[in-house]
Design a protein around this ligand. Structure first.
Ligand code: TMP
Length: 238
């Protein structure tokens, strides 16, 4: 299947059409960004690492009965996914207080949450404002039924991902996911699940094995992503 036209260009990936109308090709880029794109760096190998990590996780989720857009890897940096109409929401689930939650509410870092789900409107010009369920439905970003489904599916996803990360010595502190809608109207988990979109704390050392090492300039992003991939490969090979 050959790569066609560029249909989306994001901070960390590009999407192309393919000869199959319902299938898109994702290219993971060697680019790291922080502060909504204000800081940007080329990082050789990041695209390969994120493509492999998200592919392993989505394959595992499919095996666990959690439907998602992933079809297959087609090169070290590329994968095929089911084409969906993306809902412009960043759905954040927090198991532990850190990041913007601590900053916004002066909460105590490390407090265990229930977990908590937050919605952010995906809109760079507006700087991705946080919204509640009513904002989402009033602005017709999603229906009330879809909001309920998004919450239930994200909680279920957390219940599946937490033990996987625990098995590889990591705490799933928080994550961001995005959903799309298939032509038949079904809600489908899409986008990526990588250390760009999750916070992962080593259960022994407490150290971050995620993009916080780049955001806070505390470590080598490629080194920690390699560590996450190696641990995932080991756990999922068993
Ligand atoms: P936050 O604490 O900065 O709001 O981030 C919460 C989680 O969401 C964290 O795992 C990082 C992820 N995230 C993204 O993937 N993309 C984003 O644009 C933001 C703001 C957060």
């Amino acid at each position: 299947m050959s790569k066609g036209q560029l249909v989306y260009s994001g901070k960390a990936k590009e999407l192309y059409t393919t000869s199959e109308p319902g299938v898109l090709q994702v290219v993971y880029l060697d680019q790291a960004t922080a502060l909504n794109g204000l800081r940007k760096d080329q990082m050789s190998g990041k695209g390969q690492l994120n493509n492999q990590i998200t592919s392993l996780i989505f394959k595992y989720l499919s095996e666990q009965g959690i439907a998602n857009h992933f079809i297959k890897e087609v090169s070290p940096t590329e994968q095929l996914v089911t084409k969906v109409a993306m809902i412009p929401l960043e759905v954040v689930l927090r198991n532990v207080a850190t990041g913007s939650f601590v900053k916004k509410f002066n909460a105590v870092e490390g407090t265990v949450l229930n977990p908590l789900i937050e919605f952010y409107y995906k809109n760079d010009a507006l700087d991705d404002p946080m919204m509640n369920d009513a904002h989402v439905t009033v602005l017709k970003i999603a229906t009330a039924e879809q909001v309920a489904q998004i919450k239930a599916q994200t909680l279920e996803l957390n219940q599946t991902l937490m033990p996987l990360f625990e098995k590889i010595g990591l705490t799933l502190v928080d994550f961001k996911v995005e959903y799309g809608v298939t032509p038949s109207g079904e809600l489908l988990l899409a986008d990526e699940i990588t250390p760009d979109t999750c916070r992962l704390w080593d259960r022994e050392t407490g150290k971050s094995l995620d993009k916080d090492v780049y955001r806070k300039e505390t470590g080598d992003l490629i080194g920690v992503y390699q560590e996450v991939l190696a641990r995932l490969k080991q756990a999922l090979a068993q």
